[in-house]
Ligand binder design. Structure first.
Ligand code: NAD
Length: 354
């Protein structure tokens, strides 16, 4: 597929290819939409099988950011970037600063942040070339690692779901099966146990599992067994596409509420969950705590107001579940509608203001 065909599919505004021969920088920044504000999204440092795979990924991810920020009520558009290389071997001061120049050339239309393969320290280095960086280290006055904020938002979403299903937002004595106990999942386990919930966990990383078992008393199950585990809430917090035609019929939960991006393997899986009697809280709303936290750091980080904004994910999920019920659509589509309507109604005002 040609570049313009790929961009045209989801009507992205702009794609910028960056190159620095000396450091080996090969970056792609995709701006999907600036209708609601500058396009904010992380930089993924990743080895892709080929350039097309990198382009397809950055286009998909940047569109996802448009929906996430719009549904979260932020004055931000959607963007994302990839640096196509092995972070362990080529990441250097020169490369990050050259990349900073590429971002700077967009004059604020794109704001970067950390993602897979990049750290808050990398953001501090990029910041030396451009001011269009969020998610700086806490010691530099930034919001730092967004994972705890993301986990806080997942708990808020779980409260909305608990209230809907069981008439009470309390999570004590509920059983939650957490798939993936990395940065978000492990923080989520700690919060749930603190609230009195029972946690069952799985992960490919034995050390991560040992930590949640020892520190929080989580029960451990095998990687594949997590799908058959009887629980109240299944929380995908590892990779995308864990909800599919194969796994959904196996689930023995009342609801799915997790942090992973792109949990549905295909569009029809949202209806498949409904058909199986499982309430699905849309991933890009559930996991928006991270972007809310990072966004609040763009103009000077205030942790208290960021925390309160993250807790409002509970109300956002409730509104989406109401809408899904009223319109007879699945919650994923209801969340997309919320984002699309906000872009359509507020976007033109913003352009006029500028
Ligand atoms: P992470 O890499 O720290 O954790 C992912 C964990 O999943 C790791 O411990 C890994 O070993 C485990 N894992 C990988 N494959 C697995 C499998 N097949 N089964 C079970 N476990 C498996 O990443 P993270 O930052 O905790 O993010 C988790 C998910 O949440 C990702 O999908 C990410 O895109 C999404 N997310 C994260 C944030 C954030 O603030 N970090 C924000 C929004 C969305």
């Amino acid at each position: 597929m040609g570049v313009f065909d790929a961009i045209g599919l989801d009507t992205h505004e702009e794609v910028l290819f960056g190159y620095d021969r000396v450091s080996g920088l090969r970056s792609i920044i995709a701006i999907h939409s600036t209708a609601l504000g500058p396009a904010l999204g992380g930089t993924r440092f990743f080895v892709y099988p080929d350039e097309e795979a990198a382009l397809v990924d950055v286009l998909r991810l940047s569109k996802g950011m448009t929906y996430k920020s719009a549904a979260a009520g932020l004055d931000l558009g959607g963007g994302k970037a990839v640096i196509v290389a092995d972070a362990d071997t080529v990441k250097s001061e020169r490369l990050l600063r050259a990349y900073g120049n590429v971002i700077d050339s967009l004059g604020g239309r794109y704001i970067t942040a950390q993602d897979v393969g990049t750290t808050t320290e990398d953001m501090a280095m990029i910041r030396r070339q451009t001011r269009w960086v969020a998610g700086l280290p806490v010691e530099d006055g930034g919001s730092g690692d967004p994972s705890p904020a993301t986990a806080r938002g997942v708990v808020a979403a779980m409260r909305a779901v608990a209230e809907r299903l069981w008439g009470n937002e309390a999570l004590n004595d509920r059983t939650v099966a957490v798939q993936g106990v990395g940065k978000v999942g492990s923080d989520l386990v700690a919060r749930l146990v603190e609230l009195g919930a029972n946690v069952i966990a799985t992960d490919v990383n034995q050390a991560a599992l040992d930590a949640v078992a020892t520190d929080h008393g989580a029960k451990i199950v095998g990687l594949d067994d997590i799908y058959d585990t009887e629980c109240d809430i299944f929380a995908p917090c590892a990779l995308g596409a864990s909800l599919s035609a194969d796994t959904i019929p196996r689930l023995r939960c009342a609801a799915v509420v997790g942090s992973a991006n792109n949990q549905l393997a295909e569009e029809g899986d949202a209806d498949r969950l409904t058909a199986n009697g499982i309430l699905y809280a849309p991933d890009f709303v559930v996991n928006s705590g991270g972007i809310i936290d990072v966004a609040s750091g763009v103009d000077g980080y205030r942790p208290e107001s960021a925390g309160l904004a993250i807790d409002r994910i509970k109300a956002a999920v409730t509104a989406i579940l109401d809408r899904a019920e009223q319109r007879g659509i699945n919650p994923h589509r209801a969340a997309e509608e919320v984002a699309e309507e906000r872009i359509a109604s507020v976007g033109p005002l913003r352009h006029r203001y500028r």
